[in-house]
Design a protein around this ligand. Structure first.
Ligand SMILES: [Zn+2]
Length: 126
């Protein structure tokens, strides 16, 4: 697609304003990709509006990954009475104090198992 001088002038002006590339494209009668491509060739700075979409999505994820009710699964997932514990969580943890204790014991025994394996390997090599 070829750009007229008027379109380029308009693009430069709109680009400096808080419009998205798609909105600018609609005003100029070109595609969003044409707008972005032309802006890139003109050496215009990347639009902030386009970049903010990422961080905004990331900002919602900590809330999802740290639920306020215990996410410990109770029962068999194939049974209809399967549910999550739902008790109040320990701050910064996904589980309640009772299930944190279970999870902690589990992780510790796993770590101990790893240490035991490493020790056995060292002894075997030596
Ligand atoms: Zn729990």
């Amino acid at each position: 697609m070829s750009w007229t001088d008027i379109q380029v002038t308009e693009l430069r002006k709109l680009w400096s304003e808080p419009h998205t590339a798609a909105q600018i494209g609609r005003k100029l009668g070109v595609s969003k990709n044409a707008v972005i491509g032309k802006a890139y060739r003109l050496g215009l700075p990347p639009k902030r509006g386009e970049r903010q979409k990422g961080p905004r999505l990331v900002a919602t994820s900590p809330a999802l990954s740290t639920p306020r009710s215990c996410a410990w699964p109770v029962g068999d997932p194939t049974n209809s009475d399967f549910h999550f514990c739902g008790s109040s969580v320990v701050t910064g943890r996904p589980y309640c104090s009772e299930h944190c204790a279970v999870a902690y014991t589990h992780y510790r025994s796993e770590a101990e198992a790893t240490v035991a394996t490493e020790k056995a390997v060292k002894e075997a090599v030596a």
